[in-house]
Write a protein that binds this ligand. Sequence first.
Ligand SMILES: CC(C)(COP(=O)(O)OP(=O)(O)OC[C@H]1O[C@@H](n2cnc3c(N)ncnc32)[C@H](O)[C@@H]1OP(=O)(O)O)[C@@H](O)C(=O)NCCC(=O)NCCS
Length: 171
Amino acid sequence: MAKNIQREEKLEFRLMQLDDIPDVLEIEHEAFTLPWTEEAFRNELTMNHFAKYMIMELDGQAIGYAGMWTIMDEAHITNIAIREAYRGRKLGDKLLNELMQTASYLGMERMTLEVRVTNRIAQGLYEKKGFKPAGVRKGYYSDNNEDAVIMWADLPAHGASGEQEGSVQKQ
Ligand SMILES: CC(C)(COP(=O)(O)OP(=O)(O)OC[C@H]1O[C@@H](n2cnc3c(N)ncnc32)[C@H](O)[C@@H]1OP(=O)(O)O)[C@@H](O)C(=O)NCCC(=O)NCCS
């Protein structure tokens, strides 16, 4: 009888480049009702020195991305998304983990984000990673005037738990 061989999938993280933008826009449009434009991503990658963006590749295909601004010792997540067909496979968890480790590697002590009050899936992910609600921004989202929950997490000191270094290097 033929053996059931399970092929291992190769998961990699790397810095986002300008030529990733078409893939990123596809994921962005699947994920958000107020998607960022091509120009917004281009500006982030070329003009914003606080911005760090990473791509998650599965078998060489970009299936997720995440970004943050690192200011003083605080990292502010700007966006995180997984391609729709790949959600629910713990990939968002791995991507956020990588972002948090990278922030910690860069010397960040805390991390914050805004999330729609109705986005229970993302809130579940954030809570799982240690984020706690810390306030509300009223009418933050301009498409439906929805409130944002502000969440914060303390980041472990780099190397404190023996974790691997993030694969995104300091620029
Ligand atoms: C939020 C997002 C990145 C999560 O990625 P994912 O790969 O689907 O999530 P994971 O499989 O890693 O799950 C991580 C946790 O998220 C939550 N979660 C994921 N899918 C869920 C679902 N269908 N229902 C409820 N909670 C869910 C759970 O807390 C889960 O942990 P658990 O599996 O231990 O219960 C993804 O859903 C996405 O891209 N959404 C659209 C963009 C978005 O909302 N981004 C956040 C903006 S603030």
